[in-house]
Design a protein around this ligand. Structure first.
Ligand code: CTP
Length: 227
């Protein structure tokens, strides 16, 4: 990966990042997943890994090389991602949740490959745990908390709801209905949504966007340290 790095006003930080999709198994050969490429999360990890920062990257399966100087925790399912975040989040000063976590998972995973029989097949899905939503109250995390909101409509309003519900410091909102940015694209255009204002980051390479996000999060961390 490229050598982007970021100074954090001289204070080395530990930054936990979730990235990529999760895979929820149906049977030994099939799973439910989504179109997340992991590019945004890996760009964040690459940028954050500069200087003396420690980066813990908890990632679902992607095709991307792991950036240098990153502690890599590979996971598959939403439950595995939950457990990894629970284990590491309180070592972090900043936690950024860029993963596209499955909201539902099959209620049961069958041991043998499902054979076709009837014309229709119903799968019963149950809710996964909300990892970002657990950060404050379940895990007791009090560092800088950043969420993502991938939306197809009412982007800023939906992002603000997530900000409040999940007690984030800010949410990175992006419009995934646009094919020129988002999921598998190398570029992104996002708005950082705070409690009382928004800050737009204009369309740019995902590394450039990652710079903006890491800078903002480290500024907030220093503010918190100075308070
Ligand atoms: N997230 C998470 N754990 C989940 C689901 C989402 O940590 N089980 C995180 C994502 O990494 C992202 C944010 O929560 O930072 C997205 O919020 P969410 O409300 O879950 O978004 P959607 O999955 O798009 O939900 P909805 O379908 O309600 O819009």
């Amino acid at each position: 990966m490229t050598g982007f790095s970021v100074t954090t006003s001289g204070v080395a930080m530990t930054i936990l990042i979730t990235a990529g999709p999760t895979r929820e198994p149906i049977d030994p050969v099939r799973y439910l997943s989504n179109r997340s490429s992991g590019k945004m999360g890996y760009a964040l990890a690459d940028v954050a890994a500069g200087h003396d920062n420690r980066v813990i990257l908890v990632s679902g399966p992607t095709d991307i090389n792991v950036p240098d100087n990153v502690d890599f925790i590979p996971v598959e399912t939403a439950e595995e991602m939950y457990l990894a975040v629970e284990k590491y989040i309180n070592k972090a000063d900043v936690a950024i949740f860029a993963a596209a976590v499955a909201d539902y998972t099959p209620e049961t995973v069958v041991d043998q490959k499902i054979k076709k029989s009837d014309d229709t097949l119903s799968l019963k899905l149950v809710r996964t745990k909300d990892i970002l939503g657990s950060a404050r109250e379940v895990f007791g995390f009090d560092g800088v908390l950043v969420g993502f909101a991938a939306e197809t409509e009412n982007v800023l309003q939906n992002a603000r709801k997530k900000l409040l519900k999940k007690q984030c410091d800010f949410v990175v909102a992006n419009d995934v209905s646009r094919s020129d940015i988002g999921f598998s694209s190398d570029e992104n255009e996002v708005t950082l949504v705070f409690k009382d204002h928004n800050e737009a980051l204009s369309k740019a390479d995902k590394h450039e966007i990652a710079h903006g996000i890491i800078h903002k999060a480290s500024d907030l961390k220093n503010l918190k340290l100075n308070n």
